[in-house]
Design a protein around this ligand. Structure first.
Ligand code: FAD
Length: 384
């Protein structure tokens, strides 16, 4: 068993780290200022320039196949890069990516949706959740009714990330007797969106479809096979959620250590108190555990193995870990941790989402337990 990175992997990691430190972290004060004044943290022009700069350094399409101009670095490097990106709260990610299920499109769909998304010319959103169906995604009610060579979609979606900015949606609807089907629907076909304010900085949106007419050729994948596509979208990158959180947790833990070494109370620096030391120690133990569970799930994806069970474990553990670490880091900073002068309260609000979206903690536990009870996953295995 070899846990080491190859020299090339190490070099990629170090270059990403240097890029984040030199180009992205200096924007942190500006992001906090913008958000406090009700604007997006990063101005879209700044984000575009940053992505262009990153592209010049070769960071573009991290996990995108080479035939689409990507770097195809694979799941492990994608996870490691996400950890580096997570070290800053600047809402930045490298460009050149698209939702994995868009690769299931026809040649024409790839030209109209996949390639412009990779190029950053179009923005997608993924819409399965409805007011009456979140965890219970099989229970969606949005319907698609055939009318000649078109489908007429009606229903409401909620909590759709990027739904207010996207210019097309991958929407899941029940297509008569065929069942759940995915449709690619341009905004100008007639759906409406409304932002939903949340405790995080940038809210998702609700989408309304009122008899939106969509041509037959806009079905993504097969009629009636939408649920499988939805699970593929959610499942494929599940290890990326804890990956980014690991970077954030490590950065915050370092902040807590630095603060504990200078903050004095009752005649001593607080780093001398066991209560503080235990919070630091427990945090590192949990971060390390999350790191290896995440890399294991990524490794399984890269090897083409069934990664669902490992990804659920990594996602559940990583989401809980991140929330415990940010809470301890805030505690170590005392009153200062609660202020908006430091980014900890921002991270606290942002990381809370990880326990809810792309499968809540409870749904991950349900999946893990059911896999074990039904024998789909076994105890006592290493590396199989
Ligand atoms: C900021 C944000 C962004 C999102 N982005 C998207 C997006 O881009 N696209 C999209 O389609 N959706 C998105 N979602 C929706 C998200 O995936 C759902 O909120 C999530 O799946 C939970 O569904 P729900 O909110 O309906 O909660 P519910 O399913 O109503 O759950 C309520 C509570 O009951 C628990 N529960 C439910 N069923 C069970 C069970 N069987 N056993 C035990 N406990 C259970 C849940 O864990 C939870 O604690 C987003 C949500 C948020 C908040």
């Amino acid at each position: 068993m070899d846990f080491s990175l190859t020299p090339e992997e190490r070099q990629i990691r170090d270059t990403v780290r240097a890029f984040i430190e030199k180009e992205v972290m200096p924007l942190e004060p500006e992001v906090l200022r913008n958000e406090r004044e009700g604007r997006p943290g990063l101005d879209p022009d700044v984000l575009r320039d940053l992505r262009a700069k990153a592209r010049k350094s070769g960071f573009w399409g991290i996990n995108t196949p080479e035939e689409y101009g990507g770097a195809a670095l694979g799941p492990i490097m994608s996870a490691i890069i996400a950890m580096e990106l997570g070290r800053t709260f600047v809402p930045f990610s490298f460009g050149g990516t698209a939702d994995n299920i868009l690769y299931a499109g026809t040649e024409e769909q790839k030209q109209r949706y996949l390639i412009p998304t990779i190029e950053g010319e179009r923005r997608s959103c993924f819409a399965i959740t409805e007011p009456g169906a979140g965890s219970d995604a099989r229970n969606i009610r949005t319907k698609a009714v055939r009318d000649g060579s078109e489908w007429v979609i009606s229903g409401e979606k909620t909590f759709i990330t990027g739904g207010n900015e996207a210019d097309f949606v991958m929407v899941f609807a029940v297509a008569e007797e065929h069942g759940v089907t995915c449709f690619l629907v341009d905004r100008d076909m007639g759906w409406k969106s409304e932002p939903i304010p949340t405790m995080g900085q940038w809210g998702p949106a609700s989408l309304v479809f009122e008899d939106v007419r969509v041509p037959e050729e806009n079905i993504l994948g097969e009629l009636g096979k939408g649920f499988e596509l939805a699970m593929q979208w959610i499942g494929q990158g599940r290890y990326m959620i804890p990956a980014r959180a690991i970077g954030s947790a490590e950065r915050m833990l370092q902040m807590a250590i630095d603060y504990a070494k200078i903050r004095k109370s009752m005649g001593q620096t607080i780093s001398n108190y066991q209560a503080i030391q235990w919070m630091i120690a427990d945090s590192q133990v949990e971060i390390e555990a999350a790191k290896w569970l995440t890399l294991y799930a990524a490794w399984r994806v890269g090897e083409g193995m069934d990664a669902r069970h490992a990804s659920s474990i990594a996602k559940l553990n990583g989401a809980v870990m991140a929330n415990q670490v940010v809470d301890r880091v805030l505690q170590i900073h005392g009153g200062m941790g609660y202020t908006k002068e430091l980014p900890i309260e921002r991270w606290y609000r942002e990381l809370r989402l990880l326990r809810i979206f792309e499968g809540t903690d409870e749904i991950q536990r349900r999946t893990i337990a059911r896999n074990l009870i039904k024998g789909h996953a076994k105890l006592g295995l290493i590396g199989e």
